[in-house]
Design a protein around this ligand. Structure first.
Ligand code: VG1
Ligand code: CO
Length: 541
């Protein structure tokens, strides 16, 4: 085998978004496209000679092809070793776990997360730093700048590497170690949660369904829930990872995880339901006939954290993304620990976790996690809930409604308008940015302030601007507007709506009803119908 230098020219638009570079498979499959990006990564992270890299993905279409390319490029660029998940499989949180445990020079994760997979669907790639988390903006910007001027890349000409049998082999002088993608992660989970109590709960009749949505968490959930915790066979649904996720949309929400929602509906339904996304970092939590919003899930887990052995000493702080509801802040206030508000995207939690300022983090987009890794972690959240259920021996609904009685309810909803015209979306955001609303009355609400969220990282001082339009009212209610940074077609407008309800007699109300006035205010302010032609959102969570 011999390393070759291949001449190339830049592709425009290789700019990582909220979580890496995501494009259609057809875009990634063009000659040199993936290669340019990977070389730009290798050129932007410092000396790679002799270093170890972790590589794996969510198993979607193009995963294996991309991994072979990355292995040959890593060898040609002088890496000493690449650790690859068996079959190319590695969930995002498991990748973070392995990078940290073996102290590698970071890793490359191949995923487009909750976006559909297949020849006509999406693919994605991102680099995670040695701390285990997504590269911060300083690095993603350097990678992007490099892609704009790249003239060549290095690749070894060799036969494809066997990714299916465990063990080490050599590729042009570089070691390729194919490892079990589940073992290290399962061991970490066992160190954080009371597996004995959860096992006893299952043995005592606790019933659950976990929907892996034919994505990466199938093997993880089967090993942990059914083998190690003794949940009955069949607890894990759709547990075999498929390249196209069984034609599904591996997004664990009420719309796309409809099989699970149906299974959790009605008198005979199981006690607990959960789902995860394409790459295993998201989670949705359900009780029987009960949906837990991700913001409430973070708040409830934080309030109950000391029931889990790994967090028995309490939390140092709680961090949430700006659009996430303030429910976790209320828990932090009561616990007397700091709370942090960051821009959207897990990369912004990294410095807080590294500095020991926060222990739990979460996003309204079905992301929950802790300082055990540097990614959000779907199964971690599921196990945390199981731990709480096993100890408190109450239903999900009872635990959440009791939480609302104690703290009040941050009634919350997100409305997504997917696939709208990009220029119209930009125009809508510009229009919102131009408004000065302070003191104005909108319906029954008076505007306290409106701005475009800007964040200064309290640890490293880096500044991130234009992270979402906030319109905050005097009673703390708010509407937030952002454009998605993970889509691959047109634009997606996200509208986040929140109102605090202290009155327990109103806690049972459907959020769409409880928030109706604010929803209308948001639509009118943003001129959604006039600018996008849409009268209703495509997804409501
Ligand atoms: C979305 C979510 C964001 C999340 C990101 C990556 O980003 O809103 O909270 O961190 O996806 O999640 P955006 O820019 O589309 O709103 V994943 O599971 O796709 O890695
Ligand atoms: Co994901």
């Amino acid at each position: 085998a011999a390393a070759k230098t291949i001449v190339t020219t830049p592709f425009s638009g290789q700019k990582p978004g909220t979580s890496g570079l995501r494009k259609k498979v057809k875009v990634f499959a063009q000659p040199h496209y993936l290669e340019n990006f990977v070389q730009a990564v290798f050129d932007s992270i410092g000396e790679v000679t002799g270093k170890t890299l972790v590589v794996g993905g969510d198993g979607r279409y193009h995963n294996r092809t991309a991994i072979q390319t990355i292995l040959k490029m890593a060898a040609a660029n002088g890496f000493g070793k690449v650790m690859v998940g068996q079959g190319g499989i590695l969930s995002t949180p498991a990748a973070s776990c392995v990078i940290r445990k073996y102290q590698t020079f970071g890793g490359i994760i191949l995923s487009a997360s909750h976006n559909p997979g297949g020849p006509d669907e999406d693919f994605g790639i991102k680099y995670n730093i040695p701390a285990g988390g997504p590269a911060p903006e300083s690095i993603t910007e350097a990678i992007y700048a490099r892609t704009e001027v790249i003239t060549s890349y290095k690749i070894t000409e060799a036969a494809d590497v066997d990714l299916d049998s465990l063990g080490s082999r050599t590729l042009d002088g570089m070691e390729v170690q194919v490892f079990d993608p589940v073992a290290d992660y399962a061991e970490l989970m066992e160190s954080l949660f009371d597996f004995g109590a959860i096992r006893a709960a299952f043995a005592g009749g606790l019933r659950m369904k976990f929907d892996a949505m034919h994505a990466v968490t199938g093997p993880y959930a089967t090993e942990i829930l059914e083998r190690r915790l003794g949940a009955p066979k069949g607890t894990v649904m759709n547990g075999v990872p498929l390249e196209d996720f069984g034609h599904g949309h591996p997004d664990p929400n009420l719309v796309h995880a409809h099989d699970l929602v149906e299974a959790l509906t009605g008198a005979g339904a199981p006690d607990f339901g959960a789902a995860s996304d394409g790459d295993g970092d998201r989670n949705m939590i359900l009780g029987r006939d009960f949906y837990v919003t991700p913001s409430d899930s973070l708040a409830v887990l934080a309030a109950n954290a000391t029931l889990c052995p790994g967090y028995a000493k309490g939390l140092k702080g709680i961090a949430r993304s700006m659009p996430t509801s303030a429910a976790p802040d209320r828990v932090a206030a009561k616990l007397g620990i700091p709370s942090f508000e960051t821009p959207t995207g897990w990369k912004f939690f990294g410095t807080l976790l590294d500095a020991g300022l926060a222990t739990f983090c979460g996003e309204e987009s079905f992301g929950t996690g802790s300082d055990h890794v540097r990614e959000k972690d779907g199964l971690w959240a599921v196990l945390a809930w199981l731990n709480v259920l096993a100890v408190r021996k109450q239903s999900v609904a009872d635990i959440v409604t009791a939480h609302w009685r104690e703290y009040g309810r941050n009634v919350y909803s997100r409305h997504d308008y997917e696939g709208i015209d990009s220029a119209a979306a930009e125009g809508l955001m510009e229009h919102l940015r131009s408004l000065s609303l302070k003191g104005q009355k909108l319906g029954a609400y008076t505007v306290a302030f409106n701005d475009d969220f800007s964040y200064t990282d309290p640890v490293d001082g880096s500044v991130s601007k234009k992270q979402g339009i906030r319109v905050v009212f005097e009673d703390g209610s708010r509407v937030v507007f952002r454009l998605s940074g993970t889509g691959t077609e047109g634009a997606t407008l996200r509208v986040y709506i929140e109102r605090f309800e202290p009155d327990a007699s109103k806690h049972h109300l459907d959020p769409q009803i409880a928030l109706a006035d604010l929803i209308k205010i948001a639509r009118d302010l943003a001129e959604i119908e006039a600018r996008t032609g849409r009268t209703e959102p495509t997804v409501i969570t």
